[in-house]
Design a protein around this ligand. Sequence first.
Ligand SMILES: *Cc1c(COP(=O)(O)O)cnc(C)c1O
Length: 391
Amino acid sequence: MTNSALMATYSPPEVIFEYGKGSYLYSKSGEKFLDFISGIAVTGFGHAHPHLVQTLQEQASKYWHSSNMFRVEAGEILAQRLVKHSFADQVFFGNSGAEAVEAGLKMMRRYHFDNGNPERYRIIGMNNSFHGRTLATIAAAGNPSHTKGFFKGDMGFDHVPFGDIEKLEAAITNETAGIILEPVQGEGGVLPAPDGYLKQVRTLCDQHGILLMVDEIQCGMGRTGKLFAYEWADIIPDILASAKGLGGGFPIGACLASQKVADCMVVGTHGSTFGGNPLATAVGNAVLDLMLEDGFLETVQTHAKTLWNGLEDIQKLHPELITNVQGKGLMLGLKCTISNAELISNLRENYLLAGRAGSDILRLLPPLNLSDSEIDEALSILDKTLKSIAG
Ligand SMILES: *Cc1c(COP(=O)(O)O)cnc(C)c1O
C-alpha cells in the first residue's frame, strides 16, 4: 500500500477524491463517480449540500468548542427536536456510533442497578449484528472475526439468531438486563427484522421487565423512509442509538432514551469531551431542517420504491449473478453469486460507488435526496456491469 504510515485496518482502492457535489464525488484525476454508498449511510444529503456547508461555516466562525462544562445551545435544541420526533425523553451526545451504543449499554445496566436489581447485567445481542468496534460494542455483536484476540470470556453478552423469538425467550434469565438489535441489520447483510418480530421482542421485554435498545445508526435518520426504522414496526423502544446520517458527514452520535432510563444517568455517570459540541450539533440541526421538511420522508419512500423495482428488474435479467433484492427504503442489498468485492470494484470502474455487507451482499445506500435520473443512471451502470461479467 502507498499509505504505509496508516495502520492497515482498511484496504481502500487507489482513487483519491478531491471534492463532491450532490450525489457525485470527483477524483483528483478528474473522474466523476455516482455515490451510492454515501460514506456508509452518512452523507444522506449528498456532498457539499449548501444548507449544511453554510451552517458549518457559520458555526466555525463563531466558536468550535467549549466542552460540556458549559451549556451548548445547538445541542439543547437538537436534543429537543430528536425528542419531539421520537419516543425518547432525553438524549446523550457522543461523537460516533460506537459511543452511542456504549452509552446505551451502560444505561441498560445502570437502570437495573438503580432499581435494586444489580444482578441484571447481561445483555442479549443478535447473531450477524454490528454495533461498532469498541470492546463493549464488539462484545455486544459477538462477531468472532471482530472479537478474536481482544478479550476473554463473554463480557456479559449472550447471542441468539436474529428473528427467532423462541431462542430469544429461552436466552432470557434473571440476569438479563436488556436486548440490543438493529431493526434492519446493516453490516450483517442488509436484512430487515421479519414482520412482527420487533413487536414480539417488545412483548417479551415487558413480560420480563427488561429493556429494548434499537441500534439505528445505519437504518435510522430517514434511511428507511421514516425518521427511525422502529416506527415501521409500531413499537416503542427504551433506548435508541443514532449516528451516521445524523451529522450528514460531520461526526456525531446520539443515544436517545425514555425518561425512566434517562433518570439513571445523573451527574458523573457518563461523559464525553467532544460529545454534542457546537459544530456537530449545529450540523445535526441543519440535517433535521432538511429531513423534517414537509414531504421529504415520503419522497424517500417513493424513490426507494422506484429503485427497488429497478433492482428487481435487473435481478430478473441476471438471475445467475443476483439471486435476491433485500432491505428497506434506501438501504438495499443484492445477494450475489459472484464475489461482492469484485462486483464493487467492477462497478467502480464504471463510476458507481457501492459497498458490501455480509459475505455475499452488494450494499446500496444512496443519498436520501437523490433524483429519478440518478436512480436510472445507477441501474444502467449496474446492468451494464453485470452484462460484462456475464460475458
Ligand atoms: C456503523 C455502525 C455502528 C458504529 O458506528 P461508528 O460511528 O463506526 O462507531 C454501530 N451500529 C451500526 C448498526 C452501524 O451501522
